[in-house]
Design a protein around this ligand. Sequence first.
Ligand code: GLU
Length: 504
Amino acid sequence: MSKKIRTRFAPSPTGALHVGSLRTALYNYLFAKHNKGDFILRIEDTDKARFVEGSIENLVKILNLTGLKYNEGVFADNDVKIVQRGDFGPYVQSERLEIYRKYVDELIKNDYAYFCFCSQERLEEMRKDQQAKKTAPMYDGRCRGLSKIEVENLLDKKTPYVIRLKTPKEGFTEFNDLIYGKIKIENKIIDDQVLIKSDGYPTYHLANVVDDHLMEISHIIRGEEWLPSTPKHILLYKAFGWEIPEFAHLPLLLNPNKSKLSKRQGDVAVEDYLEKGYLPEALLNFILFLGWNPKTEEEIFSLEEMIKRFDLPGVNKTGAIFNTEKLDWINGAYIREMDLGELTKLCVPYLKKAGISELSSGYPELSSETQFDYLKKVISLEQERMKKISEIGELVKFIFVDKLEYNKELLIWKKMSFEEVRNNLKLVYNELEKIEEDNFTKNNLEKVLRDLMEREGIKAGELLWPLRVALTGLKGSPGPFEVGKVLGKERVLGRIRFAVKLLE
Ligand code: GLU
């Protein structure tokens, strides 16, 4: 029987979740699920200085929101209390310190690691020296040769120390990356990596290797930035005599100008995108394409479809461009497919933010129940055009304002005069006034106005452009019939009167 596929997402709780990390989580999830394997969430919190309170909770929340369900690891019960579940725990590295200590002792015993007592000042000097000579920054190995007695003496004197990997100085380290192919590195350029820091905590490298082994991770899928660390990890696996897992490094995320995706050029935190009103499923769909594509024209993938289709050989080596226009397009496609009630619920907080919560003052006829129904009609106007939920306030503000503000020139269609436009609006007014309140529907408005245009020999633009502007005050908006229906007879007539006055 072949070995069970097990992948892990191993973020460090250092603040917001980077979109690149969400991609790592997604690909690990898809690969595991595609192969009927397990997906694990492990927290790598061995860097105490970079720990940010609340980041674990935040992480778990985002993974829940996006639907990337993991089998083992750290969970939030009832969305609050952090708990751990699974047979390979603890899944938080700071709770595994004794385990690392035990394994590093084994390395020391077998001469694969050594105590290093060099002071910060000495290391600093060494680094400066290397910089000046333009040689690669690496430990010069001074403590590699300390005798057992010397080490014991220094330990007895409580001299601060770190524990380093004793890398071989000859030969090569090789591995086959599932995305980058064969990688071969000369051992002499691999640094004697610190494994245990002076605070007694393991470094990422040691903890990562020990945990991936003990948690029986079969495939390590992570960002390209970890590729240079992999030879050190391979040396560790070999030193322990452990089976080496498969590695797959994912291409860098780039800005449209091909520079590395960074905060300076825009948002990089998943939280920022969710806050802006991107739907979690649309964001995942977009992220899927950052490094992988189905090699067909298909663009919209549900999580199930992604699981069915995703494979590692399909991942590119070249950097993936983070193109927010594409994200907008995908998000718009998801919004168009949404149930109107659900969409409206999502829009409410953004309407409030835009100051449109005071519906009742402008719309005294609406009770709290009818308010929601009315909002649904308003949102339906924009469902086709909306790219992200956060735009909704701006898009529909015109419905709620008491008095529109626009230049009267905007009412003019092509070369028409103010007077001609005014006359057309008056004609519209007279027709609409005759419609019963209950018949003020989109279809009816359209019929009445088309009849009017035919009777009077008026071209569509000459009548519908000024009417649309009179109702919205905007250069671009949904059409006048839909808007007319949502505004209702009284407001429509009021806005036309206002436009006619402007043109006098
Ligand atoms: N803790 C590392 C990170 O924050 C994990 C790297 C890995 O997956 O090995 O990205």
